[in-house]
Write a protein that binds this ligand. Structure first.
Ligand SMILES: [Zn+2]
Length: 267
């Protein structure tokens, strides 16, 4: 892949009117400029990771960076604040992606903190307006489950929305299943549609919803070793207060393959 750095020079003109016209016609479109910067960033990362790199740039409000590896290719999703990051930050990105280096992780946190003025402010309510929320399943009504748990365990204080996630496009048998997730950006809990089956007991769905509600209460933080801690000890302790905790865990251990095999069709 050839990468060409582009410079946009505007020739000086004597007449101001002509100059304005000229500038307008050669002014880079924002998308093109973004593409160029993105490619520069890909190249900077590629030389440090010594592997092909694909970067997606986003404008998220909470998750500033995520990455995945597909065979040799590193795929990174980065906030646009990283587009023109200094070399030490790019090096930290590479170190963090390659081996979860905790020093690199700390440096990235400080960079994000220093650049937070570039993070767009969108309220969770605004984000939710653009989503389709489907809490009502055929067997389990997530809205009702959420409300009851909210009253019973949190004095009704959890201000979040809940929905079934979209039916996954995977048709092959799954190796693992993400039964729930919580987005701090939109404050939306998503539950895997495979849980909406009559064989899945209510207490099990409740446990998954309760777990995701706890993600709203306990944000991801850094442990003593500098690593990101998604389920800190106080989270796990709180989770054990769920009334059917042992039963739900036992059900999962016995029936996981049932969930993995579940065929889910789009509603
Ligand atoms: Zn979790």
């Amino acid at each position: 892949m050839a990468r060409a750095k582009k410079k946009n020079l505007t020739k000086k003109r004597s007449s101001p009117a002509g100059r304005i016209a000229r500038e307008q016609s050669t002014a880079p479109e924002p998308n093109r400029l973004l593409k160029v910067w993105r490619r520069v960033l890909e190249r900077r990362l590629r030389t440090r990771l010594r592997a092909p790199v694909a970067v997606d740039i986003h404008d998220n409000t909470h998750t500033m960076l995520t990455f995945q590896r597909y065979r040799a290719l590193w795929r990174l999703r980065l906030h646009h604040m990283f587009l023109a990051a200094p070399d030490e930050v790019i090096q930290a990105l590479a170190d963090f992606v390659r081996c979860g280096d905790s020093e690199a992780s700390g440096l990235l946190d400080r960079y994000i903190e220093r650049n937070k003025v570039f993070i767009r402010r969108v309220s969770p309510e605004q984000m939710r307006k653009r989503m389709r929320l489907e809490p009502m399943g055929q067997h389990h009504d997530l809205g009702r489950i959420f409300e009851r748990l909210n009253l019973r365990y949190f004095d009704g204080r959890i201000n979040a929305a809940i929905t079934y996630g979209p039916a996954p496009r995977v048709t092959r048998p799954r190796k693992s299943i993400k039964m729930g997730s919580y987005s701090a950006d939109s404050r939306v809990i998503r539950i895997h549609p495979a849980l909406d089956q009559p064989v899945v007991p209510r207490y099990f769905v409740e446990w998954i919803v309760f777990h995701e509600m706890l993600h709203h209460v306990y944000r991801t933080r850094r442990g003593e070793d500098g690593r990101r801690c998604i389920h800190p000890p106080e989270f796990l302790e709180h989770e054990r207060k769920f009334h059917d905790f042992a039963r739900a865990q036992a059900w999962e251990a016995e029936n996981l393959d049932l969930l993995l095999r579940a065929r889910v069709s789009a509603q």
